[in-house]
Design a protein around this ligand. Structure first.
Ligand code: 5GP
Ligand code: ZN
Length: 142
């Protein structure tokens, strides 16, 4: 079992132990808000759009610049990555770097965050990176 509780994983996406066995949790995938944004079924301010990645403004920004970057494919969290997701995740990181440069954040600096599971503060069960910038960010996090 991942860091996430079983109930949470099952609410968020395909249970890990059933992956690759032809089981598709249609109800939870249809309910996933980031999948809905990726399918264009929920509005979002999209700032980067490509075949398998999407970036859009956070609904509740925690800094002057706060963007979420997601794979279009539903992956519940960083802990649910498969070995063959490496290329996708590499491209997600490069998209974050390019976006930070385009938004003029690179010189002053910025933060890239992936919250994982309950203790990590993850509230949406679709893997995402937060790109935060535009003000000095304190450390350590709360
Ligand atoms: P987490 O807490 O899982 O790391 O981050 C989830 C983020 O998604 C939060 O910062 C929250 O403000 C954002 N969020 C939640 N629902 C929506 C939504 O419907 N649209 C957008 N754009 N952001 C959302
Ligand atoms: Zn999803």
């Amino acid at each position: 079992m991942s860091l996430l509780g079983r109930a949470q994983v099952e609410a968020w996406g395909q249970p890990k132990h059933l992956k690759g066995r032809g089981y598709v949790n249609n109800i939870s995938l249809q309910a996933c808000i980031f999948c809905k944004i990726a399918r264009g079924e929920l509005p979002a301010t999209v700032v980067h759009d490509e075949a398998d990645l999407l970036a859009f403004r956070d609904l509740s920004p925690q800094s002057p610049h706060h963007t979420l970057l997601i794979p279009r494919k539903h992956i519940a969290s960083l802990d649910d990555l498969d070995e063959d997701d490496g290329d996708l995740m590499g491209r997600l990181m490069l998209a974050a770097r390019d976006l930070a440069r385009r938004q003029g954040l690179a010189e002053a600096g910025y933060r890239l965050v992936a919250n994982v599971g309950a203790d990590g503060g993850q509230s949406v069960g679709h893997l995402h990176l937060h790109l935060l910038g535009g003000r000095p960010l304190s450390w350590p996090p709360g």
